[in-house]
Design a protein around this ligand. Sequence first.
Ligand code: FES
Length: 267
Amino acid sequence: MGIHRCVKLVNKEKLKDDIFKFSIESEEMCNLAKPGQFLEIKVLKGIEPLLRRPISIYNVDKDKNWLEFIFQVKGKGTKILSEVEVGQEIDIVGPIGNGIFDIKNYENAAIIGGGIGVFPLYELAKELKNAGTKNINTYLGFRSKDFVILENEFDDVSTNLIITTDDGSYKEKGFAINKLKEDIENQNSEGKVPEVIFACGPLPMLKAVKQLAEEKNIPCQLSLEERMACGLGVCLGCAVKLSGTEDLQYKHVCKDGPVFWANEVEI
Ligand code: FES
């Protein structure tokens, strides 16, 4: 269930008007963290668990013992979090997550993300690369040029980086899923047909990825982190139905995930 610590904010960057990257220093948490896991971060004072927010891990820098996460200011809690300054402490429980990304030395792996769902995919790509994966083809989709984020960072850890924007204001016009599909069908990306697909992003994108993986018979892992509210098993708002089971067989994204094999769950 992770460890509970008050850790120091050692670096803070504003990536967009409402998106912040925080780096905290914790050797213990860095040693425990696995790609796909998240942190439960206290955003308001008090003892109730609902005062914490689940935020996925973006990067683990083991040289510096920095654990980094990126978040968007969406309400009062994340607004207050965004006002924490370097040198101050943050109350964190983590890393949390039983369902994590399956890191191996694949020949060809595809990663697909959309919007703010791209953040946990960076640590995934980095660890796949460290594990010796030969081709990492990363497909990232954003609404428009203004929303494109972490392009250089993903470029560093990918063999090929394909960026799409819905309106065509930057790079390829259209949805990332269509580019992935096209590449799988043409087998013309350098990596050829992937052995595995990893995805994180909005639900419609995840549904399309799951369908594509099933059609093409490619193992696929989905991070359903978007479905989490409390992240602690308290609100039960993150239930996800198991595939091929009678009604009422559920898993919880925060306890059993956030990463699942696509054929395990119905979304
Ligand atoms: Fe609240 Fe899982 S997110 S129970």
